[in-house]
Design a protein around this ligand. Structure first.
Ligand SMILES: *[C@@H]1O[C@H](CO)[C@@H](O)[C@H](O)[C@H]1NC(C)=O
Ligand SMILES: *[C@@H]1O[C@H](CO)[C@@H](O)[C@H](O)[C@H]1NC(C)=O
Ligand SMILES: *[C@@H]1O[C@H](CO)[C@@H](O)[C@H](O)[C@H]1NC(C)=O
Length: 342
């Protein structure tokens, strides 16, 4: 576990005596949020797996996003639209410096502190708490224990950014954090960067992130997206048909793991336990949003598995030089492109 971002967060943690087991100091909290932001009007309809296949084709064809194959966006609402949600979160540790961890797509918050036997050694929560931080993990809206969200009108990048902005505020006020760092994975890194460009935070840690989505197609195509409520009615029958999941554990292994750097049982746990569907509106709303990276002044750490598929097309070496240049006003930018992982 690479925790050099600890350097940036400096002093504010409570003193700790020895290693704290994260499980001993966690509590579950429901955080009510109310967001009011303009919405993209999306013109796609997903009713079944034929539609999921067509959508995948539309998003991955050579000219996707260009005038010959535009994003399925017909407009933007002229005024902000309000939604209220309850975010299911877990606060661990007693440190006054808090990490807010935002998970990616096809994931939930469980992987930050995995529950399988031996999961402790994979737990970012345990490592952070042992180092004196607190962590706030949460399920993104529409995912797992958080409020349901309409896959098109609510599961949008701008809505989720506004929610993360509120979680930063919650950490500073209700939890009385003295420092707040945002830690993201994949889609959660884009959200963390967007929030850091809008509200003051003390550090940003981006994983599964290169700042470009140009290598995203193999991941999207390889996920073999299926309508979640059809794929597993027992788990996901309550979701609307615009929530998509991957077809099987091997599709997910292709997207998230690289041989020989993982245990198959971890990929199996990820697929069977951690993985959750995502609302399809999340993709076009991210692709149509320009994140003002130049507005981020907090220190930034970009931490990459060398073989990351969604953000680097399977090879991050050398690719993060241009990522650094995005953060033109950050106090410090540090990148790592060669961790032995996918
Ligand atoms: C895919 O693109 C075609 C042609 O642009 C469009 O008619 C269709 O509705 C799109 N399908 C989905 C599921 O978005
Ligand atoms: C930063 O944000 C402000 C508005 O909040 C905007 O006017 C400005 O252009 C942004 N700067 C950059 C570098 O994106
Ligand atoms: C990226 O930067 C490193 C060190 O600054 C340099 O050695 C390397 O050649 C650069 N790679 C590319 C692809 O520009």
């Amino acid at each position: 576990m690479h925790l050099s971002f600890a350097l940036y967060l400096a002093t504010a943690a409570w003193p700790l005596s020895g290693v704290v087991q994260a499980s001993e100091t966690c509590r579950h909290i429901n955080i009510p949020v109310s967001v009011s932001v303009p919405r993209f009007e999306l013109d796609t309809t997903i009713n079944n797996n034929w539609d999921a296949a067509t959508l995948t084709f539309n998003f991955t064809r050579r000219d996707a996003g260009s005038p010959t194959a535009p994003l399925p966006i017909s407009g933007v609402t002229s005024t902000p639209v309000e939604s209220k949600f309850t975010i299911s979160a877990k606060l661990c540790g007693t440190g006054k410096s808090i990490l807010i961890l935002t998970h990616g797509i096809l994931e939930s918050s469980l992987y930050w502190n995995p529950g399988f036997p031996g999961g402790e050694s994979y737990s970012l929560v345990s490592a952070a708490v042992a180092a004196g931080y607190s962590t706030l993990t949460y399920d993104r809206v529409g995912v797992a224990s958080s409020s349901p969200a309409n896959s098109l009108s609510e599961a949008q990048f701008g809505v989720e950014t506004a929610i993360l902005n509120q979680l930063v505020h919650y950490a500073k006020t209700t939890i009385s954090a003295s420092k707040v760092a945002l830690v993201g994975h994949s889609y959660g890194s884009y959200l963390s960067a967007a929030t850091a460009s809008q509200v003051a935070v003390d550090a940003v840690v981006l994983t599964g992130f290169s700042g470009t989505l140009q290598f995203f197609a193999p991941f999207l195509a390889g996920s073999n997206l299926r309508v979640a409520r059809i794929q597993d009615p027992l788990r996901w029958g309550h979701l609307d048909s615009g929530y998509l999941t991957s077809s099987d554990v091997y599709a997910e292994a292709y997207g998230f793991f690289a041989e020989p750097f993982f245990e198959h049982r971890v990929a199996e746990w990820n697929f069977n336990v951690d993985s959750q569907p995502f609302g399809v509106g999340g993709l076009p709303s991210l692709l149509a949003t320009e994140i003002p990276y130049g507005n981020i002044t907090a220190p930034v750490l970009v931490l990459q598995g060398q073989y990351d598929l969604p953000s680097c097309g399977g090879n991050c070496l050398g690719l993060l030089n241009s990522t650094s240049e995005l953060f033109s006003n950050a106090k410090v930018v540090e990148t790592v492109d060669d961790l032995p992982a996918g």
